[in-house]
Design a protein around this ligand. Structure first.
Ligand code: GAL
Ligand code: CA
Length: 340
């Protein structure tokens, strides 16, 4: 009898153990499924045809594909362009939120107008990575999981100035063609109100002047980062100032390339043109001697960091440990001079 009873107890225990094992296995499987569940990243850029931003996005897409291969986690990277309209961008972001995206990356149209995007995403607990167009600090602090990836605008201007200073110091007459001891320059500026346009315009000239080189501004104007607009302005300025233009300072490479096109058309290839970004075309133009120099703002580093930050925020709700975050919220890409 005793033997029978203990056999019963034994088989009850075996059943319980089996149930437990199955339960655990199901649980582990569930957890695995949860860990490997796809991540949806919604991206909105201010417009589709900005050369430098398009390069950043290209590197984000490459990083996403590599991540998928390495981890087996499916990444849905959905990119939309806002056609330079903040209203359109707000709609795109609302859509990402309503579709339950895990994280949102924003190249904001109007950098002074980030608060409504931030408030609607944080209300749903969705992290935001801003990039390239920098919201004001007070807005960044409106939510817990808000970050910014970009360059430090002032450093890019200092390096652009440094290039010019080095060339001048080595051979002043190579830039000061009329030998009057001053550099007659024109300035091609990016969009009015953009942090990079304001700061680059001020600091490039100021740094050169602080070094003791006399800068004489002939004229300047905003060409919205755009090659064709820059070429049109440059053509006008060539009409007015002709060969007395010794230096063309440009807030980015696209405008520098536009300026070069206009200068070449006027037979003024010798004029010194400086850009910023080192886009593929910009870096190529430096190699070919069409641009005197540019500053590499590292689109690849930016794209990889935006993706790395986004995927970690989306999966684990926190930034990854291997990215250098300053002031709790900022990733600034390393930059360097690119010259012949
Ligand atoms: C700047 C860049 C420009 C343009 C702009 C768009 O940082 O130098 O080429 O891409 O951002 O916001
Ligand atoms: Ca001169």
């Amino acid at each position: 009898m005793g033997g029978l009873k203990s056999r019963h107890i034994f088989s009850a225990a075996a059943v319980a153990a089996a149930v437990l094992i199955i339960f655990c296995a199901v649980n582990i499987q569930e957890r695995k499924k949860e860990e490997n569940k796809g991540i949806k990243i919604g991206v909105s850029v201010y417009k589709s045809n900005d050369a430098f931003v398009a390069e950043i996005v290209k590197y984000m897409e490459e990083s996403a594909r590599e991540y998928e291969q390495e981890t087996g986690v499916k990444i849905n990277l959905d990119v939309s362009a806002a056609k330079s309209s903040q209203r359109t961008q707000n709609e795109q972001i609302k859509r990402y939120i309503s579709l339950g995206y895990d994280v949102i990356c924003v190249n904001i149209v109007d950098r002074t107008d980030a608060s409504s995007i931030i408030d609607s995403a944080t209300a749903e607990g969705i992290p935001i990575v801003f990039f390239n167009r920098e919201p004001v600090y007070e807005d960044i602090l409106r939510g817990e999981n808000i970050y910014y990836v970009g360059t430090d605008a002032k450093s890019t201007a200092l390096l652009q100035a440094q290039m010019l200073i080095d060339i001048y110091d080595a051979d002043p007459l190579s830039l000061d063609k009329n030998g009057d001891g001053k550099l007659q320059y024109v300035m091609l500026e990016g969009e009015t109100g953009h942090q990079d346009a304001i700061i680059r315009t001020d600091w490039s000239v100021q740094t050169v002047a602080n070094h003791g080189i006399t800068m004489e501004k002939l004229t300047g104007g905003a060409a919205d980062w755009d090659k064709n607009q820059a070429a049109a302005l440059m053509e006008q300025w060539i009409g007015t100032y002709g060969k007395s233009i010794e230096v063309v300072l440009c807030n980015n490479d696209e405008m520098a390339l536009g300026a070069v096109n206009a200068l070449e058309a006027a037979g003024m290839e010798e004029t010194a043109v400086f850009g910023i970004d080192a886009t593929e075309e910009g870096a190529e133009a430096v190699k070919d001697g069409r641009l005197l120099g540019t500053v590499n703002c590292n689109a690849s580093y930016q794209g990889e960091s935006i993706f790395g930050l986004a995927v970690s925020l989306g999966r684990y709700g926190r930034p990854p440990e291997d990215l250098p975050i300053t002031d709790g919220r900022y990733i600034r890409s390393p930059i360097e001079i690119v010259k012949q």
